[in-house]
Ligand binder design. Structure first.
Ligand code: MF3
Ligand code: CO
Length: 259
């Protein structure tokens, strides 16, 4: 996700370009499936980063986040009250009962892939399960709005309604984004409805939709490492993201994970 800022250009892609973006995103999906499979108490977050980068390079892609605006790793690993951009470390281990958001991006044949998932480590309470489920449902309700002629605000509205209707909050400081030959393109995709009119959804756009949801306040603070975003009240947060193409047949989830 990107910090809300000046407008970046919106681009549309040809079917051939969307096919390349599908391949880029399927490498991301493979990384996230592997991390889900391997997740267990005791692993360092640096180990997860190493595995992600290896899988990515073995599949012919480059890790998109490494070096992006100086980000020091391939993977973002955000534990519990961390919302986004947690930096992998050999000093941080995942523990039973944690929720671990892993966010990964690839660059492949000139195009980017981007997706994220929040993984439960062992047993978590019903309330925390509900946080993960509502966030993932909000993502899929948003994806259903990815239709030619609708507006970006329809995506935002779908997320906000589902999240707030279930008593949780949406983060406002970070937004989803267009994606293509750049990791972050226009339009911005907020997870809440803004007053100003938003762009129409056009054929060939590819959007990274990424609800970031909190149990308490929606306010996020960035730690002294200048990357890690944590909830201001240190309550839990979840994050799910897919890159989605706009086609005449409706939304195509490029980063969908195979069962
Ligand atoms: N998935 C994030 C995004 O949507 C990752 C950016 S992290 C950075 O933009 F390290 F690359 F900045
Ligand atoms: Co993103």
């Amino acid at each position: 996700m990107t910090e809300a800022g000046p407008d970046k250009a919106i681009t549309v892609k040809t079917p051939e370009e969307i096919q390349v973006m599908y391949e880029a995103n399927q490498i991301v999906a493979g990384v996230l499936s592997m991390l889900k499979q391997e997740m267990r108490p005791g692993l360092t977050t640096l180990k997860l980063d190493t595995w992600a980068e290896e899988y990515c390079r073995d599949h012919g892609a480059e890790p998109a986040f490494k070096g992006y605006r100086g980000y020091p790793a391939a993977l973002c690993v955000s534990l519990n009250e961390e919302v986004v951009h947690g930096i992998p470390s050999r000093k941080i281990r995942v523990r039973e009962g944690d929720i671990v958001s892993v966010d990964f991006g690839t660059r492949y044949k000139g195009f980017f892939g981007d997706s994220a998932v929040t993984i439960a480590v062992g047993e978590i309470s019903e309330e925390v399960q509900r946080l993960l489920q509502v966030t993932n449902e909000a993502l899929y309700k948003a994806i259903a709005q990815v239709q030619i002629g609708k507006r970006i605000s329809d995506i935002s509205k779908a997320v906000q309604n589902h999240v707030e209707g279930n008593g949780f909050s949406v983060v406002r400081q970070f937004v989803g984004h267009g994606i293509g030959a750049n990791l972050h393109e226009g339009p911005e995709i907020p997870n809440y409805v803004q007053k100003q009119a938003s762009p129409r959804i056009q054929k060939g756009m590819v959007v990274a939709i990424e609800p970031m949801v909190t149990v308490g306040t929606c306010k996020v603070k960035v730690l002294r490492d200048r990357w890690t975003g944590v909830t201001a009240d240190r309550k839990l947060s979840a994050h799910f993201e897919h890159s989605v193409a706009v086609t005449s047949d409706g939304p195509v989830i490029l980063s969908e994970r195979k069962k």
